[in-house]
Design a protein around this ligand. Structure first.
Ligand code: ADP
Ligand code: MG
Length: 253
C-alpha cells in the first residue's frame, strides 16, 4: 500500500481520475485517498460528481483516464465482480431486500457461501455463522426485528438491512450514498451511530448532503465541486473554507 505523509497505509488511492459522459467531465483529475479504518464523508452540491466517484470505485462506471489502487493493486482492468471480491461493497439505493422474507432470511440468503434462493434457505447455518449474522444485525439495530418480514420494516430499518446485507460480505471498504435520505431525525442519528460503529471494523466512505448529519458524525470531510476535490479537512475546517462557502452560499472567494 502507498504510504501517505503521516505514514499510514492507503486503502484506496485515486490518481488523477477523470470520468467523461460524452463531452461532459463528471470527474476531473480527482486525487483522492483513504486510509484503513477511516470514516470519510464526501459532500458537494448537486451534480458535483459524488455518486460518480462511488460508481468509479465500484466499477459501475469506467474512468476515461487516471488510475485507481486498492491495497496497492491497480484495478484498471477489474470488473464490478472482481472489485467486490477484493473487498469493496456498495450499498445501493435500489432495494436488494426481498420484502416477503424475514430480516434473518434476507441475511441468510446474502451470506457469501449461499448460492441460490432454495439452497440458501434450506442450507443449515452453523452456530458460528448464525452468531456472525446476529452480530451484524445488532450492529445495525435490527436484532429485535430478525423475524419480521422485511416489508414490515420502516424506511430507515430497510436502509439498515441493506447496510447489513453489504456487511455480510465482510468488505474492507463500504460505500454508501446518502444513507440518511428520507429518514426521520431519530433514524438519521441512529444511522450516524451505526456508520461510526461499522467504521471500527471496516473503512467507510459516505456521500451525504444533510449538513447537520455531516457535522454530527463526520471526522474527515472531502468536498467535491464540478468534478474536483476542492477542500478536505474536519467539518469545522471545510465549513469555513472560502471556496467551499462560495460553492454552497454563492459568497465571493
Ligand atoms: N450516466 C450519465 N450520463 C451522462 N451524465 C451523467 C451520467 N451520470 C451522471 N451524469 C452527470 O454527471 C454529473 C455528476 O453526477 P453525479 O455524480 O450523480 O452528481 P452528485 O451525486 O454529486 O449529485 C451530473 O451533472 C450528472 O448529470
Ligand atoms: Mg448523487
Amino acid at each position: 500500500m502507498r504510504e501517505n505523509r503521516s505514514g499510514v497505509k492507503d486503502l484506496i488511492y485515486l490518481e488523477n481520475i477523470s470520468v467523461l459522459f460524452g463531452d461532459f467531465k463528471a470527474l476531473d483529475r480527482v486525487i483522492f485517498f483513504m486510509s484503513v479504518g477511516e470514516l470519510r464523508f464526501l459532500i458537494g452540491p448537486n451534480g458535483a460528481g459524488k455518486t460518480t466517484l462511488l460508481d468509479v470505485i465500484c466499477r459501475k462506471v469506467k474512468e476515461s483516464s487516471g488510475r485507481i489502487f486498492f491495497e496497492e493493486e491497480d484495478f484498471l482492468h477489474s470488473s464490478i465482480h472482481r472489485v467486490a471480491r477484493m473487498g469493496i461493497s456498495r450499498k445501493f439505493q435500489s432495494p436488494s431486500v426481498f420484502p416477503g422474507l424475514t430480516v434473518m432470511e434476507n441475511m441468510e440468503l446474502a451470506y457469501p457461501r449461499a448460492r441460490g434462493l432454495f439452497s440458501a434457505l434450506r442450507c443449515r447455518f452453523s452456530s458460528a455463522e448464525l452468531d456472525e449474522i446476529g452480530e451484524i444485525l445488532k450492529r445495525v439495530n435490527l436484532a429485535e426485528r430478525r423475524n419480521s418480514p422485511a416489508a414490515e420494516l420502516s424506511h430507515g430499518q430497510k436502509q439498515w438491512l441493506e447496510i447489513a446485507l453489504s456487511l455480510i460480505q465482510k468488505p474492507k471498504l463500504l460505500l454508501v450514498d446518502e444513507p440518511a435520505a428520507g429518514m426521520t431525525r431519530e433514524e438519521r442519528n441512529r444511522t450516524g451511530e451505526i456508520l461510526r460503529d461499522i467504521a471500527a471494523h471496516t473503512s467507510v466512505l459516505v456521500v451525504e448532503h444533510d449538513m447537520k448529519f455531516v457535522e454530527a458524525f463526520s471526522r474527515k470531510v472531502s468536498v467535491l465541486h464540478e468534478g474536483r476535490i476542492i477542500c478536505e479537512g474536519s467539518f469545522a475546517e471545510v465549513s469555513r473554507n472560502s471556496r467551499v462557502l462560495s460553492v454552497y452560499l454563492g459568497r465571493g472567494e
